[in-house]
Design a protein around this ligand. Structure first.
Ligand SMILES: NC(=O)c1ccc[n+]([C@@H]2O[C@H](COP(=O)([O-])OP(=O)(O)OC[C@H]3O[C@@H](n4cnc5c(N)ncnc54)[C@H](O)[C@@H]3O)[C@@H](O)[C@H]2O)c1
Length: 373
């Protein structure tokens, strides 16, 4: 059974769904591994490093034409057209996009697992790309914030004078926020943090930040560990209260998202106007509309004297580890849908009794199974 690892074609993508290490593990399990030439180059993995582990270097069509295709980003329609009937795809699918891609996969007879659809349970953790990538993203966003800030992050006492520690706010404390807090705290910042889910307060304290309290009259706990969208009244109250609180911060890192929806606005233009010149906003929700209306996706802009960073692929800025973690998540999930055949070789076994497979298999045998909630 052949596993194909094509080069990612999405703009700004530096990651790859298989590394020399993951190729080695798959080959040890009895798979043949076909890697598109140059697929790992942007992450620092050379063709010869894959070849040294026993992978075969191929062209894009051959990698896409394998029995199992591993990808980071959802395939394009053209890529789907190059895949073969009966193949299995493991990749992010952005299933909520509703642009006909799932139907195209179904027509083509491809079974597709959407890596963003896994349940967020303890058992699924080793396969959870949202967590592994958000963790890296939170770390990298904190590094970016410190580098863009034109002052010291820690308190500094020198013979030439002293500098105050940077005041940092982290808004949205899921996986990325929980990593951004200790990363910038270790640099010496004073960190406060806010999330709409009240149960997160304890976690904020445990990673060394002070919780920001807002009384908006409703809670934002949704299902599966995620937030739910606030009422229009709740959104207005939240924005008004935050506008006052946020003006005092030098660095704001925002990560607030609600699955399948536009990101909530937490930092209004008025709040940004009130921030000190030279302050920095890292808007990690830029890909889903941004937590601040002034953010521009994939750009760094200065408005009202404040620097807004709207990168949309934070994990891709740490491409080697992000690829290793993503590849490990994929191979762990692959193990769930494979069993050993009588000849000792791996064979497909789509076990629908398994809750992880059942939740993530978006397309099966010509049918779209994914349903938007
Ligand atoms: N295996 C597991 O058990 C597992 C794995 C990963 C995540 N989780 C749970 O899922 C949670 C969220 O994960 P994520 O990081 O992918 O979330 P996410 O990227 O969807 O959202 C980031 C954060 O934004 C917050 N948010 C949304 N709207 C907001 C608003 N209006 N104001 C303030 N904050 C707002 C959310 O509550 C969330 O904490 C985790 O904190 C955890 O509880 C569980």
């Amino acid at each position: 059974m052949k596993v194909g690892i094509p080069k990612e074609t999405k703009e700004n993508e530096t990651r790859v769904a298989g590394t020399p290490l993951s190729a080695k593990k798959l080959i040890a399990q009895g798979f043949e591994v076909a890697v598109e030439k140059g697929a790992g180059a942007a992450a620092g993995f050379s063709d010869s490093a894959y070849a040294a582990e026993g992978a075969v270097l191929v062209d894009a069509g051959t990698a896409l034409g394998c029995d199992i295709v591993l990808k980071i980003n959802r395939p394009t329609f053209e890529e789907v057209a190059r895949m073969k009937k009966g193949a299995v795809l493991l990749s992010l699918l952005d299933a909520y996009m509703n642009d006909g891609l799932l139907e195209k996969l179904a027509q083509q007879g491809i079974d597709a697992i959407g890596m963003e659809l896994l349940p967020r349970t303890s058992r699924a953790q080793s396969m959870d790309v949202l967590s592994s990538q958000a963790n890296i993203a939170g770390y990298r966003a904190a590094i970016e914030a410190a580098a863009r800030y034109r002052r010291f992050v820690p308190m500094m006492m020198t013979s030439a004078g002293s500098a105050k520690p940077a005041k940092v706010a982290v808004l949205g404390v899921g996986v990325a926020g929980l990593q951004a807090i200790p990363t910038i705290k270790k640099m010496g910042a004073q960190v406060e943090a806010y999330d709409i889910r009240p149960e997160v307060k304890e976690q904020i304290v445990s990673v060394g930040a002070k919780p920001i309290d807002l009384d908006i009259g409703e809670e934002g706990t949704g299902t599966g560990g995620y937030a739910r969208e606030l009422s229009e009244e709740g959104k207005r109250k939240q924005q008004a209260l935050l506008t006052e609180k946020l003006k005092k911060f030098d660095i704001i890192i925002t990560t607030a998202n609600i699955p399948g929806r536009k990101a909530p606005i937490l930092l209004t233009e008025d709040a940004a106007k009130g921030m000190r010149a030279g302050s920095v906003v890292i808007d990690m929700a830029a890909a889903t509309g941004g937590n601040c209306p002034l953010t521009e996706p994939d750009k760094v802009v200065i408005k009202h004297g404040v620097t807004f960073v709207g990168y949309t692929n934070w994990a891709g800025l740490v491409p080697a580890d992000a690829s290793e973690f993503f590849a490990r998540n994929l191979t762990n999930l692959l193990a769930l849908i494979i069993k050993k055949a009588e000849d000792g070789k791996p064979a497909l076994h789509m076990n629908m009794e398994d809750d992880i497979v059942a939740a993530s298999l978006a397309v099966q045998q010509g049918q779209v199974r994914f349903q938007k909630k």
